[in-house]
Design a protein around this ligand. Structure first.
Ligand code: FAD
Length: 692
């Protein structure tokens, strides 16, 4: 099927319109790219893209939207196999292969081997186990997965029911699923691929339960790939997204494994059943690994949202609907780009600004993480609790903004956003689990809340409190753990316009809001008998208020790395102010209820709305250069609407023509068969049918 020849050229062409948007740039896009995307990511992306683009036959995403589930899995396996070969040929590292998965948006069946099985071995295996499991795993001679979640328990890890019982007679462990509820569930790479599972099971020695611990259980033969005796394993079927991955279930029927299979870095069971914990390793180090995984999610979420904002902003700047609007006249009676409508801007521009904040935050947070890890590795565990709480809060904040942001982006593209060729639908499904895994976002808000409440209570009772970015603001705003309204915080008395121009005052207000919420919640719980369960709604608001402050603070820290005369600073300051006003505009209730003189008036709320609208309009002018500074490649976009050439309608129509039902040969055959079977009886009724 071909586009008919001789069609009139479109005026203005969407490609020209995109080019015109680019030419509005008031800053150097490549300078902005260097600032917003860290050097490691830039070089990794460039290297991986070069390798992928050199093999277009293998790393081809063109047909992916037409695939069935099994075709998707096979396609992912094929790409995954080649990536492993490239690694073995020394052309890519393990990290770069994971990055290739991200670019290709295809978490295939080897992904959990890399993202969970190998890191658990790295952090929890002793030397002998590294030799036994890590060495072959690194060569892909065994394929692993991480089996923690069960059909009956996910967030409540302590409630897991799979057991790992020491057998004194033989010195082995018996790993067992006592009920259907104990069936491992959701486990990535388990359904079809893995030969070994890192099973989290209750460790029981001489009748005593030592809680969930990881144990390596061989589940499929590396010779025949058939399940081993006592193992019931399979794929758990189609899902909302993530369908290239073989998420699976696993039931173990009294499966025996050698004692060495229990990860022994933090716990050891001797041949005679004595349980010991090595004195030279602190189990708190394991928290560092959890925090690391969340730092990776924070980093990835900025990339995830960047794909969605790139598609939506490019498309809405080219899509034209309606003409003759008096407040937005277009030359030659042209229709308006939909991005010029205030309502479209309100949906997209704050998202773009949040995307900038995310990129900056992920870099500043990564630096904070490195500093804390240096201290942890030197045996100082002081920073761990705050680091953990910050990571929980940021994982929740960034993944919530990114996942809801993808949905906003596809909706803002109208009907075409609903087409797979927008690049936003599979992508939404594939990215969605980020708000569920590594701590469900609502459960995580309790970790943040618990930390903040503990700090406030410590300040009230005069107990020692560590010095960190959180306690610094709590101390500043609370006196003996209670909110001080006289003389009150520095932001009081400032106009909305001067607040928007003053980063110190912004941080003062955002931190005061979080401190006020924390203090009020402690009052309600400790002095008015409000229970933990009754406090959960307030706690998730508190978690977000805290993270709003942390994100703004990290954004400022990252801006401070630029020279004061940097030409990209003015637009970045505007973006920071927009983010600040957007937080306020979204949460007017928090501002009305600030205590005493700190409380906002209706007039101030109206000023916030007006100034926000003005900034949104100003940033819209630079929207395309700004979003293109994220540098998302066409391969990653895999979108007809968002490609860099701006040929929206041509690409879209050509792609639709490739739909298998339209194709010559195979498509012709299907259509002919359906015609004969289903429509022909109506279209060409036989004489007897025609009489009816
Ligand atoms: C695509 C995908 C891949 C996954 N891959 C893996 C994997 O490879 N390995 C693995 O082990 N797991 C994996 N998981 C499982 C994932 O980690 C869990 O789904 C997650 O931890 C949430 O647990 P749950 O599903 O049991 O939800 P539940 O804990 O049952 O939560 C259900 C609801 O209750 C709420 N809730 C729960 N507890 C509380 C509480 N205390 N207070 C208030 N609200 C609460 C939650 O917010 C949620 O809304 C995967 C999940 C998905 C979707």
């Amino acid at each position: 099927m071909q586009i008919p020849k001789g069609l009139e050229p479109m005026y203005p062409s969407t490609a020209d319109a995109l080019q015109a948007e680019r030419s509005r740039a008031k800053f150097d896009v490549s300078e902005m790219h260097k600032f917003i995307v860290d050097a490691g990511t830039r070089s990794r992306t460039a290297k991986v893209l070069k390798v992928l683009e050199a093999e277009p036959e293998t790393f081809n995403l063109r047909d992916i939207y037409f695939y069935s589930r099994t075709e998707r899995m096979e396609h992912a396996l094929k790409m995954g196999k080649r990536l492993i070969e490239l690694m073995q040929e020394g052309k890519l590292t393990n990290d770069e292969v994971s990055w290739a998965d991200t670019i290709l948006d295809t978490m295939g069946p080897y992904a959990l081997h890399r993202s969970m099985f190998l890191p658990t071995l790295e952090s929890q295996a002793n030397e002998e186990q590294r030799e036994l499991f890590l060495k072959p795993a690194l060569k892909y001679e065994i394929l692993g997965c991480y089996a923690q979640t069960e059909i009956g328990h996910g967030s409540n890890v302590q409630g897991l029911e799979t057991t790992c019982t020491f057998v004194p007679e033989t010195g082995e462990f018996e790993v067992h699923s006592p009920s259907i509820r104990a069936s491992k569930w959701w486990i990535g790479s388990l359904g079809v691929t893995a030969t070994h599972a890192m099973v989290m099971a209750q460790l029981i020695v001489n009748g005593k339960n030592y809680g969930p611990n990881p144990v390596v259980v061989p589940i499929r033969s590396t010779e025949t790939h058939k399940p081993l005796p006592g193992v019931t394993v399979g794929d758990l079927g189609p899902k909302f997204g993530f369908n290239a991955m073989d998420n699976g279930f696993l039931l173990l029927d009294h499966v025996r494994v050698p004692r060495i299979n229990l990860m022994q870095r933090y716990i050891n069971v001797s041949r005679d059943g004595k349980v010991s914990r090595p004195a030279n390793v602190d189990p708190k180090v394991a928290y560092g690994t959890m925090v690391y995984v969340r730092t990776q999610i924070v980093r990835n979420m900025s990339q995830v949202l960047a794909k969605a904002t790139t598609i939506a902003l490019r498309y809405t700047s080219q899509r034209r609907q309606f003409s003759g609007k008096s407040d937005n006249p277009q030359p030659n009676g042209l229709e308006s780009p939909v991005l010029d409508y205030g309502m479209v801007q309100y949906r997209l521009i704050p998202l773009l600004a949040q995307n900038f904040a995310m990129f900056a935050t992920s870099q500043a947070f990564a630096r904070h993480y490195e500093q804390c890890m240096d201290q942890l590795n030197a045996g100082n565990f002081g920073p761990l609790k705050e680091l953990h709480a910050t990571a929980c809060g940021l994982k929740r904040w960034t993944s919530d903004v990114a996942i809801r942001g993808i949905d906003t982006c596809r909706h803002v593209c109208g009907g075409h956003g609903f087409s797979s060729f927008s690049g936003l639908n599979d992508f939404y499904g594939n990215s969605y689990p980020n708000i569920i895994w590594e701590g469900d976002n609502y459960v995580l808000s309790q970790q943040v809340g618990r930390f903040l409440l503990t700090q406030v209570r410590a300040l009230r009772s005069g107990k020692p409190v560590a010095d960190n970015q959180t306690t610094q603001y709590l101390r500043r705003h609370l006196t003996n753990g209670r909110l001080e309204t006289v003389p009150g915080p520095a932001f009081i008395g400032k106009s909305v316009a001067s607040l928007a121009a003053d980063t110190d005052a912004q941080l003062d207000l955002l931190s005061y809001r979080a401190a006020a919420m924390a203090s009020e919640l402690v009052d309600r719980m400790d002095e008015h008998g409000q229970t933990w369960n009754q406090s959960l709604v307030a706690m998730q608001r508190l978690s977000d208020a805290h993270s709003d402050y942390i994100v703004a603070n990290y954004f400022r820290q990252h801006l401070a790395t630029l020279p004061t005369d940097s030409p990209i600073l003015p637009v970045l300051r505007k973006i920071a102010a927009l983010n600040f006003l957007y937080v306020l505009e979204q949460n007017p209730g928090d501002l009305f209820r600030l205590p005493g003189r700190a409380a906002f008036s209706t007039k101030q709320i109206v000023e916030i709305e007006q100034l926000l609208a003005k900034l949104i309009e100003e940033v819209r002018d630079q929207a395309i250069p700004l979003v293109e500074s994220f540098g998302v490649s066409d391969l990653k976009l895999n979108s007809a609407l968002g490609r860099s050439d701006g040929q929206v309608y041509d690409n879209y129509l050509k792609w639709a023509m490739e739909e298998p039902i339209n194709r010559e040969g195979t498509g012709d055959k299907i259509r002919e068969e359906w015609f004969q079977k289903y429509y022909k009886p109506f279209l060409q009724p036989t004489k007897s049918q025609a009489k009816l």
